[in-house]
Write a protein that binds this ligand. Structure first.
Ligand code: SAM
Ligand code: SF4
Length: 326
């Protein structure tokens, strides 16, 4: 069992397969020219599988593949297949572009839930956010997953004056469609020009929805990052990831492995442990994992010492989201 000094058991590993992506979401990638890591700097498929096995031996029960866009990696199918044979719940976060090609692999690997990013239901706004004109393709791919009995969670990053006027459209979508929409409060990362006045908060989200619908709280898992809700009569549900206004650190069970093989004990940690170099030097990885998690800070990497309204995003020492793995 991997534990931190606050007694939190860590049994959920998020692995970034690449910091490369076929989208250019402005809140995720730094605006200035971003250079993707050359493949040799990234963990190779065998190394990912080896490290994942070590984590599973230490008690990991859930693995999420993320990125960058995990499915743009050429050997993504090989990695998904290998991890699918481990005794873990395997889930994936993706922008959804490569679902049709990957579907057979996903089914064979027993992937039961996929999180897809979709910040708007308007094709022009989709283009503005991602710089890619593929809204209809993503919508079709979501239907394809549902038709194949794979659960879909929609990740929608909410930003004031950009897409906060679409909250009710997303809730309307859940009426006949069994998806979970996850409204995510906009978070600060290197180069994403975060300011507190762009955050649309949990409270504000609920007040918009409650004007139109009856909202009930739904059952939550012990480590859920989202506060879950449902509207009576709707096939789907919604959740709010309230990192900025109501963080959920006290039940955190998550560790992150970046595509270049660094272990981050928190999304906002500024310390990293280089597992890939240690693996390549034939060192024992387990003590490194244990020490990293033991040193985890109580909340938000210890970097958010004020309320989010007072936060100086420039003072936060972290990578960009695309190079961490969301
Ligand atoms: N490419 C995949 C995707 O888009 O789902 C996986 C990686 S992406 C970094 C994972 C999630 O992080 C996405 O849902 C994305 O919307 C979210 N994300 C990226 N930047 C964010 C930010 N600044 N604040 C909140 N969520 C963010
Ligand atoms: Fe790519 Fe996902 Fe980041 Fe968008 S949110 S740029 S799809 S990694």
């Amino acid at each position: 069992m991997i534990k931190d000094s606050f007694g939190r058991v860590h049994d959920y590993l998020r692995i970034s397969l690449t910091d490369n992506c076929n989208f250019r979401c402005f809140y995720c990638m730094p605006e200035e020219e971003y250079e993707f890591s050359p493949p040799a700097k990234l963990m190779q498929a065998k190394e990912i599988i080896h490290l994942a096995r070590i984590f599973v031996e230490q008690g990991v029960r859930k693995i999420r593949l993320t990125g960058g866009e995990p499915m743009v990696r050429k050997d993504a199918a090989e990695i998904i297949s290998a991890l699918g044979s481990l005794p873990v719940e395997l889930v994936i976060s993706t922008n959804g572009t490569r679902i049709p090609e990957m579907l057979p692999v996903l089914k064979r690997a027993n992937v039961k839930t996929i999180n897809i990013s979709l910040d708007t239901l308007k094709p022009e706004k989709f283009m503005l956010i991602t710089r890619r004109d593929v809204f209809h393709q993503i919508r079709n791919n979501i239907e394809l997953l549902l038709a194949n009995n794979i659960s879909v969670k929609i990740n929608m990053v909410l930003m004031k004056d950009l897409n906060d006027n679409e909250i009710l459209d997303f809730i309307a979508w859940t009426k006949h469609t069994p998806i979970q929409v996850r409204f995510i409060e906009f978070m600060p990362f290197k180069g994403n020009h975060w300011t507190s006045n762009k955050v649309f908060s949990l409270e504000e989200i609920l007040s918009v929805i409650e004007k139109e619908y009856t909202v009930l709280t739904a059952n939550e898992g012990p480590h859920d990052t989202g506060k879950s809700f449902r509207v009576p009569g709707h096939k789907g549900s919604f959740a709010v990831i309230s990192t900025m206004t109501a963080p959920f650190c006290n039940t955190c069970n998550r560790m992150r492995l970046t595509a270049d093989g660094k272990l981050k004990n928190c999304l906002f940690s500024n310390e990293e442990t280089d597992l890939l170099s240690a693996l390549r030097n034939n060192e024992d990885i387990v003590p490194l994992i244990r020490a990293s998690i033991w040193s985890k800070k109580k909340e938000l990497g210890g970097q958010f010492t004020t309320s989010f309204e007072q936060l100086d995003a420039e003072a936060i020492n972290n990578r960009s989201m695309i190079s961490i793995g969301g």
